[in-house]
Design a protein around this ligand. Structure first.
Ligand code: NAD
Ligand code: UDP
Length: 329
């Protein structure tokens, strides 16, 4: 249904996505830096745009080692004009402590940042990838979540600046698509982890790894029975490329790992890899923390032939190696 709704013939003519110029907003962040690195390795030219609101300068320094990378320091809340063939709109804090620190600014980033990405894409006649999120499903009453589920979001809760901001961002993309103005492709990203995350990111995987490496107790919020599904970053980036290279705009598409684990199970897995055995430290469950989350990836499996390849234990081991080498001080 979503496919027919969003299909716009004037936008879906196939474009050659090799040797192209990609604009990646949020390139200093976890996903942006991984995506930019992959695009550079594929031979593309990449312009990264970021204001370091939640990203890391080290990620940009590493990308700058490649001559086909250029960086622009800019706040996406203000318009910009960057000629390019593809816009990947990733700029937005994703970790709850980061996006809740200044909720009004987060709402502006989600809305104005996406509007400006779409305006830039329209001017440049570029295709656009919009980084949406499983948070648009809120605390879901349907499980696992298919793309057709419309969600269950507390619109006045502390997560709403992000959740509702990202929902409105999807609406903007759908309208630009429907009006034939931009081929805007929406990926709904479920919890992803891996190298290039900041050690003070505040999300659960980085918290647990950092705590275990420092010999501290792991902080489990609530009883730890809540579930998430963790996708390794390389798998996710592969999904981005498949969505962008597909001849059609398929409408919103879930990208995530369907292996669902509780936070207690995750804590045990991290402890096992690092060899830490301190008792867990239970802390209050944050307000509106979703109790369960797992993607239904039937659409991605069927239309993109995509599914995650990296098992949780392997991805955690690779992430621990990254933090051992670069991040934990
Ligand atoms: P991140 O915080 O590591 O990266 C976001 C980047 O955007 C940072 O470099 C930050 O400095 C930049 N940014 C934020 N506000 C900006 C502004 N006003 N102007 C310019 N740059 C700005 O987060 P991430 O995990 O890499 O997430 C990237 C995107 O993917 C986000 O849009 C997020 O909503 C989405 N997403 C991520 C996940 C995940 O699990 N990682 C899940 C769902 C959705
Ligand atoms: N969480 C936890 N300990 C932490 C950080 C998070 O138990 O140190 C829990 C959090 O309550 C949530 C889950 O881990 O249920 C995932 O949290 P994260 O912030 O990584 O992402 P999101 O809530 O956005 O899925």
């Amino acid at each position: 249904m979503a496919q027919a709704f969003l299909r716009n013939e004037s936008l879906t003519s196939s474009i050659n996505l090799t040797n192209m110029h990609y604009l990646v907003t949020g390139a200093a962040g976890f996903l942006g830096a991984n995506l930019a690195e992959r695009l550079l390795n594929l031979g593309h030219q990449v312009t990264g745009l970021d204001n370091f609101h939640s990203g890391s300068r080290e990620n940009v320094t590493q990308l700058q080692r490649q001559s086909r990378f250029r960086f622009i320091e800019h706040d996406v809340v203000r318009p910009y004009d960057v000629p390019c063939d593809v816009v990947c709109n990733l700029a937005c804090p994703a970790s709850p402590p980061h996006y809740q620190r200044d909720p009004i600014y987060t709402a502006k980033i989600a809305f104005l940042g996406t509007l400006h990405a779409l305006e830039n894409a329209e001017r440049a006649r570029a295709r656009l990838l919009q980084a949406s999120t499983s948070e648009i499903y809120g605390n879901p009453l349907v499980h696992p979540q298919p793309e057709t589920y419309l969600g269950h979001v507390n619109l006045v809760g502390p997560r709403a600046c992000y959740d509702e901001g990202k929902r409105l961002a999807e609406t903007l993309c759908a309208d630009y698509q429907r009006l034939g103005r931009v081929d805007a492709r929406i990926v709904r990203i479920f919890n992803t982890y891996g190298s290039k995350m900041r050690e003070d990111d505040g999300r659960v995987v980085t918290n647990f790894i950092k705590q275990a490496l420092l010999g501290k107790p792991l902080t489990v919020y609530g009883q730890g029975q809540q579930t998430r599904s963790f996708c390794y970053v390389d798998d996710l980036v592969e999904g981005f490329l498949l969505v962008l290279n597909h001849p059609d705009n398929l409408g919103p598409i879930n990208l995530g790992n369907p292996q669902e684990v509780s936070m207690l199970t995750l804590a045990q897995a991290v402890q096992k890899i690092i060899g830490s055995n301190l008792p867990l430290q239970h802390q209050p469950l944050p307000v509106d923390d979703p109790q369960q989350r797992c993607p239904d990836i039937t659409k991605a499996r069927t239309l993109l032939k995509w599914e995650p390849q990296v098992p949780l234990e392997q991805g955690l081991m690779q992430t621990v190696q990254y933090f051992k080498k670069s991040a934990i001080r």
